[in-house]
Design a protein around this ligand. Structure first.
Ligand code: DC
Length: 230
């Protein structure tokens, strides 16, 4: 396989998709696209424009909002990492908050939102040489992706990892709340009508519950070697 590839990584919330996807992108010298950040940015726009009330979204106001929402990924000054921008403003920090995490599944189950995000994801990924992570990348966004990985990890392990990450970033939040958020998001993501989270038939499952990031890369190198010899 000499050509550049499209690599899709899907899985439940907080199972380390972005860490893995970033490492693969760095290894392959590819672009990494965090599709979840796009849904988080739209959620922030919905919250700032008061489209969410008591767990219900104002669908009527959505077309106007989506019309003006512009999402992009840009390099952060002095860093190789990219940040998420909403209408020209860096929202990378804001979209990682528990407030956004609590509302994002509500926003991302909207067909209108998904239609716009999927189009944007296909646009940014239309040149090969990308790694994209999310919930429907291997099933809907890039059903012809060259490599599809379905990442899983035990719920408690996911909750501990996310809790540690947020605490390190300075957010004050209990493990209990994180666990509830993760299981709640899994339920909504897996049962929604529009492109629910599910493993693509041709995706390879990787349970990383007891793996370090280094173990995952060894697994990936093995996979690449297998692909290159078939
Ligand atoms: O990967 P993440 O936790 O940052 O994603 C945030 C939310 O966005 C997640 O709860 C479900 C939604 N999402 C989605 O519906 N489809 C995607 N391709 C990516 C994320």
């Amino acid at each position: 396989m000499g050509d550049k590839l499209i690599i899709a990584i899907d899985g439940r919330s907080s199972c380390g998709k972005s860490t893995f996807a970033r490492a693969i992108a760095a290894r392959m010298n590819y672009i990494y696209i965090d599709s979840g950040a796009m849904y988080r940015a739209v959620t922030l726009a919905c919250m700032e424009n008061k489209l969410l009330h008591g767990g219900i979204m104002n669908e009527q106001a959505l077309p106007q909002l989506l019309e003006y929402v512009r999402i992009s990924f840009r390099k952060r000054p002095g860093s190789a990492e990219t940040g998420t921008f909403l209408n020209g403003v860096n929202v990378e920090q804001k979209i990682r908050s528990i407030d956004i995490a609590s509302n994002v599944s509500l926003v991302s189950k909207s067909a209108m939102v998904r239609k716009k995000m999927v189009a944007l994801q296909r646009e940014v990924g239309n040149n090969k040489g990308i790694v994209m992570d999310g919930r429907d990348i291997g099933t809907v966004v890039f059903p012809d992706a060259d490599i599809k990985i379905f990442l899983t990890a035990e719920t408690d392990i996911r909750a501990h990892r996310r809790h540690k990450e947020l605490v390190e970033k300075g957010y004050k939040v209990s493990l209990e709340k994180i666990r509830d958020n993760i299981t709640g998001r899994d339920r909504i993501d897996e049962t929604r009508e529009e492109s629910p989270l599910k493993k693509a038939p041709d995706a390879i499952i990787l349970d990383n519950s007891f793996m370090t990031p280094q173990d995952q890369m060894i697994w990936f190198e093995d996979l690449l070697a297998k692909i290159n010899t078939t």
